[in-house]
Structure formats: structure tokens, C-alpha cells
Design a protein around this ligand. Structure first.
Ligand code: DSN
Length: 431
């Protein structure tokens, strides 16, 4: 028996039930993934017992020799993998990482320009009810009606609003970013360009999406999406070596120092050393040839799913995908995003309801659903499997609507397909 199942059966049973949910169903939320057993081992390690405010070699606690070594390895691996001169691996997650960039580069009241949440952006890109839209003056750009970025409108908004920072990155954008024209827009008004690559970091390291490195002034990414690591985040940049104790100006060259200070003492306390260890393991995995194949397969699978759904009469925002996600506008099917999420949940296919550009419906019951292929690709799904997944989605959204018996039948077919690519076969919280 495991320690957990002996000491806290209630939690062990819930984790076992969640394990079966992940194993038996089709996980298609595009920001989710399945980490390796090595990443799980590192995440559950004794690093969680240690306080270590500061950075390697400059901590406010004794006993940091080993966590220093771990954090140094994580930083060096991040730098090598992305090709930057500086990496901060301490942000607790994506939102704190983004907050640190604001804290480092802006003053309260400064103008930031980010993509509106309802058009695929993120809360921390200037949503009025988020810190980014209350402490700072936020102006929000939208996509074109076809879902593509509207570079002309962005350039015009930048000229009019004179932001100090422009954020590019999204949670629901199915196309690639061409970073140079975006940098030109930022440069035209002297703004910093921040690239939030949380969704696409794994595609970038695999060479399946252009990299903003050397173009954007600062890059943030979570580590748990396509990068396939633990929940966590990193901030990547180029510039002068970080100088912890010297006063520095707020300039591009000093971004590494400004970022490090924003994380601590600016916003965070002790780093999560178990998380740092797991990030280090993730970065080693992401540097392998196998991960390159994985990144490209994510995109191939998304394209195969998109083609299947288009053949079945679904309307996709931008007409398809060239990354890991698909945004389906269900208006022509007469189903809301909420209804679709719910019936798909009932058959074991996990997606999330999502607004589509210029959505006439509300975010709690929008017109679309968002789905992606990173997690299924980790399980070994290929294009042929994705076509079957597309047909199962269609079956649920047509025959499955309002019929529990049909939903049960589809759920069995979903499990049968999931079982062909076993997930964590020897893991158990009860054994
Ligand atoms: N919650 C993440 C997503 O699902 O895209 C963004 O932070």
C-alpha cells in the first residue's frame, strides 16, 4: 500500500478516480498535457521542504547548496533550449510571470496593449477586472472577423494610444505568429514587445512554430502546456547579466535584472523547489529529438482533426489551424458552447466552451468550443486516431444531444479508443 492510501484514503480514492477520468477519456483542453513519470517523480520530491528566497549563490537561507544546483541546471537548460541569455524559472505560474513583467517594465497607470480575452487573449493581457486592467491603463485589440490578427488595426491603436508595452500571445488563437511585423508595431511607438508563448512553447522548441527569441524584448511561458512540464512558468530574455545588488535603469539591456527583482523581492517569496526540479527534468526531455517529433505531431493531429470537422460541416475560426488548437463556432449547428462542453463531458471528451470573435453570446455560455491535441499526442494518437476523435465529437454533438443512452454508447467507444493508447499504465494511488 502507498503511504497516501494508508494515511488518507479519501484523497487517495479521489486521485484514483481522477486518474481513471484522465485515462479513460479524451483530454482535449489545448492548455493541458500529460507529464512523464520522471516529471511526476521530481514534482513530488523533497524540494517542497526547503525555503530558498533569492537566487542560486545569493539566498536568504542556509542549506541551499542542492536547490542552488537544481535551479542552475533548470536555468541553463532553459537558456540553451530557447537560445536566450537569461532565464528566470521561479514564477509560480503564468499569471505571476506576466505580473512580474508588468512590475519590471512599467509604472502603475502606464498603458499596455493586449489582445481582448473574448478574442483569444488572456486575463493578464489587460482584462479590466484583472490587475493588468486596473493597475495599468489597458487598451485591447481584437482580431479580424475571420479570426486572424488584425495588424493594421494594431498599428493604428498603437499609434493612437502610445502603449509602453504590447503583449502578443493568446489562449485561443489557432494560427502562427509572424513576430517581426509585431515588433515593428511596438518599435514604431517605442513600446516593449512581450511575447506570451505559454500555449506554443513546446511547438517553438520543436521547430513547429516560429520563435520570438531575438525579436520580442521579453518572453513569458507556462511550463505545463505544450512544453509538457509541471505547472509553473519561466521568463526568458536577453541583455546584461543580472546584477542583483546594483541599481539599474529601466532599459532593454537591463531586462534580466529588472525581471529577477520583480520576481523577488517584488512579487514572490520562496521558490517552489520541487517545481523547479520538475521544470529542469521537463527541459531535458524537451531537448530530445523525440520531443521535436512530438511537437510536429501535435500540429499534424490538429490539422487532421480540423479537416474531419470541416468535412462534417463545422465552422472553424480562421477556417482551420496551424498550431495545436481548434476553435469551433457552433452557431450553424444550433448548439451553444456550454451545451457542447456538457454533452462532450458526458461521453468522456474534455473540451472547454469559448467565445469566438465578435461573439454575440456571453462568456459563460458562448458560441464556441476550444479543443487541442497536445495531450492526446502525448498518448501516441496519430492523424488516423484524430479522424476517429472528430467523428466521435460529431456523434456526441448530433445523436448524443438529449439521449443518455446514446451518450453511454459513445462513452464506451471513447474508452475503447483511449485504451488503445494507455496512460500511466502502472500508476495507482490505491496500490
Ligand atoms: N487557463 C489557460 C488556458 O486554458 O489557456 C490560460 O492561462
Amino acid at each position: 500500500m502507498s503511504h497516501l492510501s494508508q494515511s488518507d484514503l479519501e484523497i487517495a480514492q479521489l486521485l484514483e478516480t481522477e486518474l481513471h477520468r484522465q485515462r479513460d477519456g479524451l483530454e482535449m483542453i489545448p492548455s493541458e498535457n500529460f507529464v512523464s513519470r520522471s516529471v511526476l517523480d521530481a514534482l513530488g520530491c523533497i524540494g517542497t521542504n526547503k525555503y530558498s528566497e533569492g537566487y542560486p549563490g545569493m539566498r536568504y537561507y542556509g542549506g541551499c547548496k542542492n536547490v542552488d544546483a537544481v535551479e542552475n541546471i533548470a536555468r541553463e537548460r532553459a537558456k540553451a533550449l530557447f537560445g536566450v541569455t537569461h532565464a528566470n524559472v521561479q514564477p509560480y505560474s503564468g499569471s505571476p510571470a506576466n505580473q512580474a513583467v508588468y512590475f519590471a517594465l512599467l509604472d502603475p497607470g502606464d498603458t499596455v496593449m493586449g489582445m481582448h480575452l473574448y478574442f483569444g487573449g488572456h486575463m493578464t493581457h489587460g482584462l479590466p477586472v484583472n490587475f493588468s486592467g486596473t493597475i495599468y491603463r489597458s487598451v485591447q485589440y481584437q482580431s479580424r472577423p475571420d479570426g486572424y490578427l488584425d495588424l493594421d488595426a494594431m498599428a493604428e491603436m498603437a499609434k493612437k494610444e502610445k502603449p509602453k508595452m504590447i503583449i502578443v500571445g493568446a489562449t485561443a488563437y489557432p494560427r502562427q505568429y509572424d513576430w517581426k511585423p509585431l515588433k515593428e508595431i511596438a518599435d514604431s511607438v517605442g513600446a516593449f514587445l512581450m511575447a506570451d508563448i505559454s500555449h506554443i512553447a513546446g511547438l517553438i522548441v520543436a521547430g513547429a512554430h516560429p520563435s520570438p527569441v531575438g525579436i520580442a524584448d521579453v518572453i513569458t511561458t507556462t511550463t505545463h502546456k505544450t512544453l509538457r512540464g509541471p505547472r509553473g512558468a519561466m521568463i526568458l530574455c536577453n541583455g546584461n547579466e543580472s546584477t542583483p545588488l546594483k541599481k539599474v535603469e529601466r532599459s532593454r539591456e537591463n531586462i534580466p535584472t529588472l525581471i529577477d527583482r520583480a520576481i523577488i523581492p517584488g512579487l514572490q517569496g520562496g521558490p517552489h523547489n520541487h517545481q523547479t526540479a520538475a521544470i529542469a527534468v521537463t527541459l531535458k526531455e524537451a531537448a530530445t529529438p523525440e520531443f521535436n517529433v512530438y511537437g510536429h505531431q501535435i500540429v499534424k493531429n490538429a490539422k487532421a482533426l480540423a479537416e474531419t470537422l470541416l468535412e462534417l460541416g463545422y465552422e472553424l475560426v480562421t477556417g482551420g489551424t496551424d498550431n495545436h488548437l481548434i476553435l469551433v463556432n457552433l452557431t450553424n449547428k444550433g448548439i451553444s458552447g456550454k451545451e457542447a462542453e456538457s454533452v462532450l463531458d458526458a461521453v468522456g471528451i474534455t473540451v472547454n466552451k469559448n467565445t469566438v470573435p465578435f461573439d454575440p453570446r456571453k462568456p459563460f455560455d458562448p458560441s464556441g468550443i476550444r479543443m487541442g491535441t497536445p495531450a492526446l499526442t502525448t498518448r501516441g494518437f496519430t492523424e488516423t486516431d484524430m479522424k476517429q476523435v472528430g467523428r466521435l465529437i460529431h456523434q456526441a454533438l448530433s445523436e448524443g444531444m438529449g439521449s443518455e443512452a446514446k451518450q453511454q454508447e459513445i462513452k464506451m467507444n471513447v474508452k475503447e479508443l483511449a485504451d488503445t493508447h494507455p496512460l500511466y499504465p502502472d500508476l495507482s494511488y490505491l496500490g
